[in-house]
Design a protein around this ligand. Structure first.
Ligand code: ADP
Ligand code: ZN
Length: 215
């Protein structure tokens, strides 16, 4: 199965992606995670990406599209199926993805579009914490670690993303509205899209999504 996850920042795409990955055995491909790993390692790509990511702007289309193409054209990845999280994010990316898929004789089966109220989104983003080492996601209220600031899984310290502050969140929401939201229509026209209300707990979002995938 090949899936795309759409939705505003902080809506819970990453949380749902990890759950779907575990349930369905898919590869989870998150452009945000890939870019943060490159930034952490200070690779040329990471240094380029940082100019945009920390301020909440999108990195150039060609850069992320190349990252995606190299992954989805790898047999170990496409044979198991995959879940694209954070890509496509612009009309251009959606069209380029379509071309790449045609070339590879692949297609997207379903697009899940999560949505939540702005209050919930801001609460999720400002309370979000991540493990420096393994990337595990936490939330100060909704999913606190057993010991404050420490990862339950690997005991490394937690951090807050540089772009999870109110000012940058505002920019990211604007970027979402202008550049990403239009591609909902693009996938709706293809009859592949399902809107899922993500105002509820993660387990409910997962159940709703799984029942849609089984339709
Ligand atoms: P969010 O919580 O905002 O959904 P992500 O982890 O998906 O965060 O992305 C973080 C940042 O990485 C974005 O704000 C953007 O700068 C960059 N990024 C991720 N995916 C893309 C993409 N498909 N196109 C352009 N930039 C991207
Ligand atoms: Zn950890």
């Amino acid at each position: 199965m090949k899936l795309v996850l759409l939705g505003p920042p902080g809506v819970g795409k990453g949380t749902l992606a990890v759950a779907l990955k575990d349930q369905l055995g898919l590869n989870h491909i998150s452009t945000g995670d890939i870019l943060r790993a490159e930034m952490k390692a200070n690779t040329p790509l990471g240094l380029e990406a940082r100019k945009y990511v920390d301020g909440g702007e999108l990195v150039p289309d060609e850069l992320v599209t190349r990252l995606i193409e190299s992954r989805i054209s790898t047999p170990e990845i496409y044979s198991k199926g995959y879940l694209l999280d954070g890509f496509p994010r612009t009309q251009k990316q959606a069209e380029d993805l379509n071309e790449i898929l045609n070339k590879l004789d692949q297609s997207i089966d379903r697009v899940i579009c999560l949505d939540a109220s702005i209050e919930i989104i801001i609460e999720r983003l400002t309370g979000r914490r991540l493990c420096k080492n393994c990337g595990e996601l936490y939330h100060v209220k909704n999913k606190p670690p057993q010991k404050e600031g420490v990862c339950d899984k690997c005991a490394n310290s937690l951090y807050q993303r540089a772009d999870d502050n109110e000012e940058t969140i505002k920019t990211r929401m604007e970027v979402y509205t202008t550049s990403t939201r239009p591609i909902i229509t693009y996938y709706e026209k293809q009859g592949k899209l399902k809107k899922v209300n993500a105002d509820t707990e993660a387990s409910v979002v997962l159940e709703t999504t799984l029942s849609f995938l089984n339709e």
